[in-house]
Design a protein around this ligand. Structure first.
Ligand code: ATP
Ligand code: MG
Length: 258
C-alpha cells in the first residue's frame, strides 16, 4: 500500500453553539482518490476550510508530508502543495480564462489569490512567463480555445473545468475538490469523472467532496462518511454502498425499517 501523504487527527470546529466538526480523523494515501461524503450540513466544506487555513480549527492536527498545516495561512498551505476547488465556483469574472489560470501559477510563489489577481491585472512584462505556462496548462486540459474568453461568459460546466485547471496550475501534490460536479449535467459529470482520474494518474492525490453517488462510487478508492460533524463509516465503495448506517444517515428515519 502507498504511503500516507496526509494525516488528519482530532479535528474539531464549533460555530456558536453548533459543533460542525467533531473530532474527525482520517488518512489519505499517496495516489488515492479519497471521497468525503455525507448529508447537507455534515461538515464537509468546513473540514476543507480548516485544512486549507480558511477557518481556524478549535483543535486537531493535519500533517501533510510530515508538516503541520493547522495554524498556517492559506497561501503557505497552497505553496506546500495543496490545491483546492470550491463548492461555489470562484473564478475572477472580470478576468479572462487565461488570466484566471495564471492566478494558479502565482500560488506556488506564496501569493494569495487576490494579490495574484491584482498583479496580473496590473501586468508588466514579467507576466509573459506566466502567460506561456498558463497557456500550456489550458492546452493540456483541452481548454486552449477558451483562453481569451471572459470567465463571466462561461457556462457552469466550463467554469468548473477552468477552476480545476487553475488549481492544477499551482502544481499541487494533493488536490481537494469540493463538489466538482455540482450543477453539471450527466455528460459533463462523466467528463469530470474522467478528468479526476487523469489527475490522479498524473501523480496528484485527490480528496473529493461530492453528492453525486455514481461519480463517488465509480472513482473513489476509499470513502469517509460524515454525519453531523462526526465520522460515521469509512471503507471502499463496495462496503460503504451496503452500510445500513450510511443509508439511514442519508434517508433518515425511513431507512430504519428497511
Ligand atoms: N462560517 C460559518 N458560520 C456558522 N455556521 C457555519 C459556518 N460554516 C458552516 N456552518 C454550519 O456548519 C455546518 C456544516 O456546514 P458545512 O458547510 O461544512 O456542511 P457540508 O457538509 O459542506 O454541507 P453541504 O453538503 O450542504 O455543502 C452547517 O450546519 C452549517 O450551517
Ligand atoms: Mg459543502
Amino acid at each position: 500500500m502507498n504511503e500516507v501523504l496526509f494525516r488528519v487527527n482530532g479535528l474539531s470546529k464549533t460555530f456558536g453553539g453548533l459543533q460542525a466538526v467533531r473530532n474527525v480523523g482520517f488518512e489519505v494515501r499517496e495516489g488515492q482518490i479519497k471521497a468525503l461524503i455525507g448529508p447537507n450540513g455534515a461538515g464537509k466544506t468546513t473540514i476543507f476550510n480548516l485544512l486549507t487555513g480558511v477557518l481556524a480549527a478549535d483543535s486537531g492536527s493535519a500533517e501533510f508530508e510530515g508538516r503541520e498545516l493547522i495554524g498556517l495561512p492559506t497561501h503557505r498551505i497552497a505553496a506546500l502543495g495543496i490545491g483546492r476547488t470550491f463548492q461555489t465556483s470562484l473564478l475572477f469574472d472580470q478576468m479572462t480564462v487565461l488570466e484566471n489560470v495564471m492566478v494558479g501559477h502565482h500560488l506556488r510563489g506564496r501569493a494569495t489569490m487576490l494579490t495574484a489577481a491584482l498583479r496580473i491585472l496590473g501586468a508588466g512584462r514579467e507576466e509573459n512567463e506566466y502567460r506561456r505556462t498558463a497557456m500550456e496548462t489550458l492546452d493540456r486540459a483541452g481548454l486552449a480555445d477558451l483562453a481569451g474568453r471572459s470567465a463571466a461568459e462561461l457556462p457552469i460546466g466550463q467554469r468548473r473545468m477552468v477552476e480545476v485547471a487553475r488549481a492544477l496550475a499551482a502544481e499541487p501534490r494533493l488536490l481537494m475538490m469540493d463538489e466538482p460536479a455540482a450543477g453539471l449535467n450527466m455528460r459533463e459529470t462523466e467528463q469530470m469523472a474522467e478528468t479526476i482520474q487523469q489527475i490522479r494518474d498524473s501523480g496528484v492525490t485527490v480528496l473529493i467532496v461530492e453528492h453525486d453517488m455514481s461519480l463517488v462510487m465509480s472513482i473513489s478508492d476509499e470513502i469517509l462518511v460524515l454525519d453531523q460533524g462526526q465520522r460515521l463509516a469509512e471503507g471502499p465503495p463496495s462496503e460503504i454502498r451496503n452500510d445500513r448506517r450510511v443509508l439511514s444517515a442519508y434517508l433518515g428515519e425511513e431507512a430504519d425499517g428497511c
